[in-house]
Design a protein around this ligand. Sequence first.
Ligand code: HEM
Length: 329
Amino acid sequence: MRLQVILGIVLVMGAKLTLPQYLAQPNSLRKGFYAESCPELEKIVYNVMREAVQARPRDAASILRLFFHDCFVQGCDGSILLDDEPGFQGEKGAVPNKNSARAFYVIDFIKSSVEAFCPGVVSCADILALASRDAVVLTNGPYWDVFLGRKDARKGSLSLANSSIPNPASNLTTLVSMFQAQGLSSEDLVVLSGAHTIGFARCTNFKQRLYNQSGTHKPDPNLSFPALLEMKKGCPPFGADNNTHSLDKSPFLFDTSYFEGLVQRAALLNSDQVLQSTIGSPTTSLVESLANDQTAFFDKFPLAMIKMGNISPLTGSKGEIRRNCRVRN
Ligand code: HEM
């Protein structure tokens, strides 16, 4: 089996499938879903993403995170994109998203460009999945074929957004079980956390790590990066909650610096550091090997993204194709 997986081939009920095809199976998402109904789709998404990222480089990270926050709350169904309306409180106001989830305007822009070519055909959930892949590609990360065919939810869940998206103060046991609840393994947890190779966090989310952390996770006092002093300067013990710091030393480049930082006990977030410094955890060796092996990271990340993108999509007659990603039809 191991050799077959290495070769990218698995045998499922007698049928030979590539690993990405196998991962895409359960919910019948597929590559080329819009090949006939919207042939220009991927070009449109890529072009808007390229312009957005050129103008505001952080948008790549922000879009990638939106996809994670979408998929972890009732599946990858575009629910995070819904605005609040009278009688409906959406996910944007949940603790992990409030003052934090951003770059919604990029999805709006992609959606209106796509609607101009093929109205009423492409879901917001699929647009977010494609835009996330392009966010990775545009920051020099790996390319993969995105499996498509998701429909959009007609509701979101504020309470699930508050309970299902992991908190940066979580320990490793909690992170592993929250990922398991979504059908993702501890290896997926480590690999997907590698998304923190791009982007920023607010002081409120790493203050505890700077001033109040003990044991093996404590930041190395001899840190070269991110220099502890520099981190503390922008994030004092009180106030300045919305000041930001990059999650690794190259916040606009998809590379192995994030994992290198973890090995140096220099992670910005507690939830990142615990992947490496929890004593006796098998995640430690994976972090260490990814820190030294960009090829392995670039092989594993797409597979983990495909798996995450497969969380409970609405397909077939379920859900709808929203005309505007912010509101139900
Ligand atoms: C393992 C559990 C995770 C936790 C606890 C976590 C937590 C966080 C936090 C606290 C921030 C900073 C938010 C802020 O301060 O405003 C952040 C940023 C980010 N997260 Fe995660 N995250 C996790 C996993 C992931 C995954 C799986 C992905 C994507 C596959 C991801 C992608 C990102 C990106 C790209 C950013 C930067 C966003 C920006 O600059 O706008 N995270 N994360």
